[in-house]
Design a protein around this ligand. Structure first.
Ligand code: SF4
Length: 361
């Protein structure tokens, strides 16, 4: 049995841009996900990070076929997900559940917690044995730290953290193997975030769950991920074991992101250099030729304009990077064009908006 629960190969999700009053013509595409390949191993947490608009949420939704991929393959536990139809797909969905960013928006305020949890069970015909269903609801609530009395209450009666626990319970009640958590803590107060992150970790240990966590907060992703993938403009630009990525970021985009994360050691913090990227994320409807990152990359060369770098294995560590010049950047033999980035040297002040560990959204 393969240790990969999910294998995604060359996945593309392109949305057509339509125009015209009489005839609906396709005048272009938004290349939301543009050739992503990755594996999520059983029992691990795969953290996917990137700026808003980089395609990370679309990738998560494409995996569940909530948006239909344009091409590529998705294999879940040996099943070709894209070939599933109708009833097969409906039954399959039980094995993958989603936790959303904003629990208030994703929970219908007119439904009690019981009704919210039973909805999924009904969809899969698991509600007929009433006694077994009630036992299941209570044990699910217990596993997320909520009392059985919560069943008769409504989402607005709970705090933000408790509402996210209800969102997690709704995903868990169907007994999934994979949970796709899209920004699971970013709508919560910082003081509550750690509790929800710890809850996800405890549930993983006790239930053997596999997670795909999508987030723009590098600190959250680092805390919970075994493997981290960095996305930029529809592509995976780097992937590594969590500690390895933080110790040795190879891709210029990852280097810039990590250089903005504060280090809780004032001596290291004072000595290090920060790379502040200049310019906005280009439109995914008109991505640059060659390397997608070349318009913001401080090391860009003429080869980067013509040739799109493949995500390749860098060395025996298994770290993967999509950059033609990762070796030269790492050993310092390729110099940076400072016009492409603002460098904050040791001793200089950092602009206040940088340093929170968050990728701009
Ligand atoms: S391939 Fe070129 S533009 Fe792209 S990240 Fe590497 S150096 Fe920068």
């Amino acid at each position: 049995m393969s240790d990969a629960l999910v294998e995604i190969d060359d996945l593309k999700v392109h949305f057509p841009i339509k125009s015209g009053l009489l005839f609906d013509r396709t005048v272009g595409h938004v290349y939301a996900v543009d050739g992503v390949s990755l594996k999520v191993r059983r029992g691990e947490t795969y953290g996917l990070v990137g700026e808003s608009g980089c395609g990370k949420s679309t990738l998560g939704r494409g995996l569940l076929r909530l948006v239909e991929p344009t091409s590529g393959t998705i294999t879940f536990d040996g099943t070709d997900v894209r070939s599933l139809k109708g009833e097969e797909m409906r039954l399959f969905r039980r094995r993958i559940q989603m936790v959303f960013q904003d629990p208030l928006a994703s929970l219908d305020p007119r439904q009690s917690v019981e009704s919210l949890l039973v909805e999924g069970l009904k969809a899969h015909g698991l509600h007929k044995d009433k006694a077994a269903m009630r036992t299941r609801l209570r044990s699910t609530l217990d596993s997320v730290g909520l009392p059985a009395s919560a069943l008769n209450r409504y989402p607005h009666e709970f705090s933000g953290g408790q509402r996210q626990r209800i969102g997690i319970a709704r995903a868990l009640v169907l007994g999934p193997e994979l949970i796709v958590a899209d920004e699971p803590v970013s709508a919560l107060d910082v003081s509550i975030q750690a509790q929800v992150v710890n809850l996800l970790g405890d549930l993983q240990d006790s239930l053997g769950l596999t997670y795909l966590v999508i987030a723009h907060d590098l600190a959250v992703v680092r805390h919970i991920s075994d493997t981290i993938g960095v996305m930029y403009l529809g592509s995976l630009v780097e992937e590594a074991d969590g500690d390895q990525l933080y110790e040795r970021p190879l891709h210029p985009y990852t280097r810039a992101l990590l250089s903005a994360v504060p280090i809780p050691d004032p001596q290291v913090e004072d000595r290090r250099e920060r790379i502040l990227l200049v310019g906005d994320l280009p439109s995914p409807a008109a991505p640059p030729s060659g390397c997608r990152f070349r318009t913001r990359c401080p090391w860009s060369q003429s080869r980067c304009v013509e040739e799109r770098p493949e995500l390749r294995v860098f060395d025996d560590s298994g770290q993967r990077v999509a950059c033609h010049f990762a070796e030269e950047i790492l050993d310092g033999s390729l110099r940076m064009h400072e016009v492409r980035a603002e460098i904050v040297r040791p001793g200089q002040d950092t602009p206040p908006e940088i340093g929170a560990g968050l990728i701009p959204t």
